[in-house]
Ligand binder design. Structure first.
Ligand code: FAD
Length: 510
């Protein structure tokens, strides 16, 4: 750490002169005031990093910069930082955090770049810290723990583990990042058995706001460990996730397409499945109504079973519903996540929004009707529109796993019973449609919540990984957990570096 400070001081001397000249040149050229100074400080900051770590800082006009390859949504692709720093070690992340703290520059941190709204993991006129260079994948000597750098995508992780007949709890689409998914919760094909991704992290290596690199697990920094299990980007930059592995070989799964008219049977089958999943937690599913111009309206459901069993009985109510196409087969996990990856497009405008309810057929049906009525008149009018309404269960067994190793921060308790997470997502092409789409989706969620409240089916939880920026994720964790998180934030980040200097994504505020 002392050596690092010495290098920083040396670099500082070169940079101070550069800043002085930059500010003078900007003020004499008419670019005056706070913005000019702020911009110059940022450029200085980027220069410092590039002197310290040659080849790891890129600028907008560099060929390797390519925002469109780094981020999934158009909103994030069009957010342009002053420079992008790609560290390859925790000590380099630490140097970047020390610099932002001292210069008060704004920054964003990116893992897989799949958060949809602008600024979630990118930053206009700030510093983007891209974790893609932190790509370690290493099994412990007894194969029980996989150390994973946040530069990995889930497909990298599963491909690495496949020859060992092992897996971990992670994302269901190949190129989702390990970082964002795990810090927000993380729903996997295997969650009904093992819980969410955050409940299967044995240890986090974290860079704190003072630049120190610490471990957080059930015995070392246990408060921080609790906070990272759902706390998003508010507590530090995680430079390594140590994930618990489990034996895993062939499995059954794929996508099945059903006519949209089967909606009532879908929700009845879903309800039965969710209520009975505890008896066979090898099953997992998403029930998804989709509207896409090429296909019209349909259900594109995902069915998975963790073992190589064809048509397992837990899915009987779905297998008896008419379908017109299916990719279901016995296969390996990397093949399944590749299939789902192929179904997603880069470069479109994207919006996710979510709500949580008690498991109820009539409520699902009413939400479906609202969604259908909103989408039907517009989906051929709005350029590039693809709309989806997704339901997925959170069963009592999953909620039990939320309590593992001291518990996670999500605020869902065993007495909440069987819950359903509802996700609505829209994809479209043209920025001019943003306001209309945001209003449409916010209105459906608000009406759905009102109906759910009136029937005693509402749950306050808002799943961070599916939430829209206007939603209050941390209020959804409940007053006790939110208060505890604020105390932990005060202990680990008293200057609020990760809240004030990293403005993007869901912030933990009083
Ligand atoms: C096509 C698609 C499929 C999805 N499938 C699933 C799924 O199967 N299960 C599920 O639960 N969710 C799923 N999601 C939601 C997904 O979990 C979130 O979008 C998540 O934020 C993506 O993580 P990322 O690392 O790719 O995103 P990023 O945009 O890189 O990061 C998201 C947020 O996490 C922060 N962050 C990331 N890494 C770190 C780190 N190491 N330290 C500190 N902060 C960090 C970033 O600053 C940012 O604020 C899916 C999303 C999409 C678009």
């Amino acid at each position: 750490m002392v050596a690092l400070y010495r290098v920083l001081c040396l670099v500082d001397a070169i940079c101070k002169e550069y800043t002085k000249r930059l500010v003078i040149s900007r003020t004499t050229s008419g670019n005056t005031g706070k913005n000019a100074i702020y911009q110059s400080t940022l450029e200085l900051y980027c220069l410092r990093l590039s002197l310290l770590y040659p080849g790891k800082v890129n600028y907008f006009n560099d060929t390797v910069y390519a925002e469109e390859q780094l981020y999934w949504s158009q909103q994030q692709q069009r957010t342009l930082p002053v420079c992008r720093f790609t560290p390859t070690q925790a000590s380099e992340v630490s140097a970047a955090i020390i610099l932002v703290r001292t210069t008060k520059c704004h920054f964003a941190v990116k893992s897989g770049g799949h958060a949809a709204f602008a600024g979630a993991s990118n930053i206009q006129d700030g510093l983007a810290i891209d974790l893609s260079g932190l790509s370690v994948l290493k099994l412990s000597s007894n194969n029980s723990i996989l150390s994973v750098g946040p530069g990995n995508r889930w497909e990298d992780v599963y491909l690495f583990l496949d020859p060992f007949n092992l897996s971990v709890i992670g994302g269901r689409v190949g190129d989702i990042g390990v970082g964002g998914l795990t810090l927000g919760g993380g729903i996997s094909f295997f969650s009904p058995f093992h819980g969410w991704a955050c409940d299967n992290v044995a240890n986090y290596e974290v860079v704190l706001s003072n630049g120190s690199v610490v471990n957080a697990n059930s015995t070392s920094n246990p408060d921080l460990y609790f906070a990272l299990r759902g706390g998003g980007n508010n507590f530090g930059v995680v430079t390594r996730f140590d994930l618990e592995t489990f034996p895993h070989g062939d499995m059954w799964g794929g996508q099945v397409y059903h006519p949209i008219q089967t909606n009532r049977s879908q929700f009845e089958a879903y309800h039965w499945f969710a209520e009975n999943l505890n008896s066979d937690p090898n099953g997992a599913l998403t029930v998804t109504a989709v509207a896409a111009p090429e296909y019209g309206f349909l259900f594109a459901n995902n069915y998975e079973y963790a073992r190589p069993v064809e048509n397992p009985p837990i899915f009987d109510n779905f297998t008896s519903i008419t379908n017109f196409s299916s990719t279901i087969r016995i296969t390996r996990l990397p093949d399944l996540v590749e299939e789902l990856k192929d179904a997603q497009d880069y470069g479109f405008r994207q919006m996710y929004i979510t709500a949580t309810f008690k498991n109820d057929v009539q409520l699902m049906s009413d939400i479906f009707d609202m969604w259908h009525a909103a989408v039907d008149p517009i989906f051929t009018e709005v350029a590039g529109l693809v709309a989806a309404l997704v339901f997925q269960p959170v069963t009592p067994r999953v909620i039990e796993k939320f309590g593992k190793n001291g518990g996670n921060a999500l605020g869902i308790n065993p007495d909440d019973g069987s819950l359903t997470i509802c996700l609505m997502l829209f994809q479209w092409s043209n920025q001019n449609n943003d306001t209309f789409i945001i209003n449409t989706l916010e209105s459906i969620v608000s009406r759905a919540n009102t109906i759910a409240k009136s029937r005693g089916l509402y749950h306050r939880y808002v799943y961070q990984n599916y939430a829209y920026i206007s939603q209050d994720v941390f209020a959804g964790y409940g007053p006790e957990n939110k208060a505890r998180l604020l105390e932990i934030q005060q202990a680990y980040d008293p200057e609020k570096v990760f809240m004030d200097l990293q403005p993007g994504y869901f912030k933990l505020r009083e």
